[in-house]
Write a protein that binds this ligand. Structure first.
Ligand SMILES: NC(=O)c1ccc[n+]([C@@H]2O[C@H](COP(=O)([O-])OP(=O)(O)OC[C@H]3O[C@@H](n4cnc5c(N)ncnc54)[C@H](O)[C@@H]3O)[C@@H](O)[C@H]2O)c1
Length: 402
């Protein structure tokens, strides 16, 4: 069942439940959408693939500082997209319905703001911007204008995550006090470089001039989900990190741990490591009555035991010949390894495809995107102040003027 709020926010039945290309084409016949893209690299081409699945969409212009990208993009599109060496030539075009920005993080604000100021609607990749000031400038520009702005937090469009969070908000697992995010991988994040002079352009994620590291690239998605669950932006950030495995000249940490504080003492706790993938990418939402495990594919609920065996505070417990206070019972504190209750959801399509489809629908109908500029701001604040906390080695307050 799709409620009215979702529809108004641009996630109507047509986008939430992937319709056949034919029926969508019928619905939007005669309304072609012409998009330009700044930075058609790895993510940019993925976005283009998703946009091209939406009937009526054409990629007509691209801007990039790295020439080989144009041929790669033409191959994805199956036709020639007009290339621009300078992004300003692209934003000056009058024949675009929207601009997609998928450049490295340090360029997001420059490219997004230039496009918005030229009057274009924008799909801007996450993390929304590199600094708090830039993020606030994007918010002010979007709030003060008529352009549609959607940020690349595509998990807002994942049906199993939407359904799980709706249940959580209805009280399914009691009061939620903690969200734990793990994003663990076993790979060094390096990309092959055709010649040494291109190292920073290709491997920008490793350098702090362009990137805010693992918090920006991975935690940003989890922070967004924590903000969604808690219904607010984080108030404090405390983070740390180090290079523990890949001593290859990189500036950004290869493992990071972070704690964001929310009102009423609630916490988001994040860990990323890049030399052991056991935990993978998963989130846990912990409430007083249960927990939810969210992954890239599913949502599974677990429920707390009923505390039927609660002992008086002064009782003693004897286990294997050892007598302890009632607070310690090894059996009761073993992690539960049994199956949980999986949320049954028909997964229609990849969340990025839904996010792109939804953006086009917002362009066509004027609806406000779900992953709007304030969603972008909330996650960016956690990422940016988290990184400042790593540098300053202390907990910092998060504040914003918008
Ligand atoms: N939402 C998601 O799940 C998701 C996934 C992956 C990446 N991303 C985001 O997408 C963005 C791009 O990541 P990527 O992996 O595609 O990087 P990439 O290096 O593969 O692509 C970036 C492109 O921008 C171009 N570029 C660099 N500087 C430029 C400039 N000044 N002007 C014009 N073009 C410039 C590069 O040549 C390259 O083609 C990042 O912000 C990243 O965080 C989001």
């Amino acid at each position: 069942m799709i409620n009215r709020r979702l529809f108004v926010q641009g996630l109507s039945a047509a986008t939430l439940v992937a319709k056949s290309a034919g029926s969508l084409a019928e619905a939007f016949a005669g309304k072609p959408m012409r998009l330009g893209i700044i930075g058609p690299g790895s993510r940019g081409k993925e976005l283009v693939r998703s946009f091209l699945r939406v009937p009526g969409v054409k990629i007509v212009a691209a801007a990039d500082v790295y020439e080989p990208r144009f041929a790669e993009l033409n191959q994805v599109c199956g036709y020639t997209v007009e290339p621009h060496k300078d992004y300003r030539a692209l934003v000056d075009r009058k024949d675009l319905d929207a601009v997609v920005v998928s450049t490295p993080l340090s360029f997001h604000a420059e490219h997004v703001l230039a496009a918005l100021r030229a009057g274009h609607s924008v799909y801007g990749e996450k993390t929304m911007a590199f600094t708090v000031k830039e993020s606030e400038e994007i918010v002010r520009t979007v709030d003060g204008g008529k352009q549609i702005f959607q940020v690349g937090h595509q998990y807002r469009y994942a049906p199993w995550i939407r359904a799980a969070i709706e249940k959580v908000q209805q009280g399914e697992i009691g009061d939620v006090t903690h969200v734990f995010g793990y994003w663990h991988r076993n790979s060094d994040w390096r990309r092959p470089v055709p010649q040494p002079s291109l190292e920073r352009l290709i491997n920008w994620r490793l350098y702090n001039q362009y990137s805010l590291g693992l918090l920006a690239e991975l935690a940003s998605h989890h922070i967004d989900i924590a903000n969604w669950v808690f219904g607010e932006k984080p108030e404090t950030a405390m983070a740390t990190g180090s290079v523990v495995e890949y001593h290859d000249g990189r500036e950004n940490d290869d493992n990071v741990q972070a704690i964001l504080g929310y009102s009423k003492g609630r916490r988001f706790v994040f860990s990323s490591m890049t030399n052991n993938a056991k935990m993978g990418d998963q989130l846990w939402i912990y409430g007083t009555k249960g927990s939810v495990n969210l992954t890239l594919q599913d949502a599974v609920f677990f429920y707390e035991p009923r505390h039927a065996e609660k002992l008086p505070a002064n009782a003693t417990v004897t286990e294997k010949g050892i007598t302890t206070g009632a607070s310690y019972r090894s059996g009761g504190e073993m992690p539960y390894r049994g199956p949980g209750k999986k949320l049954e959801i028909a997964v229609a399509e990849d969340p990025t495809a839904t996010a792109c489809r939804s953006f086009v629908e917002c362009l066509r109908t004027g609806a406000k995107p779900i992953a709007d500029v304030h969603v972008g701001l909330g996650s960016a604040l956690g990422v940016i102040v988290g990184n400042e906390s790593i540098k300053e080695k202390r907990e910092l307050k998060i504040s914003s003027t918008v």
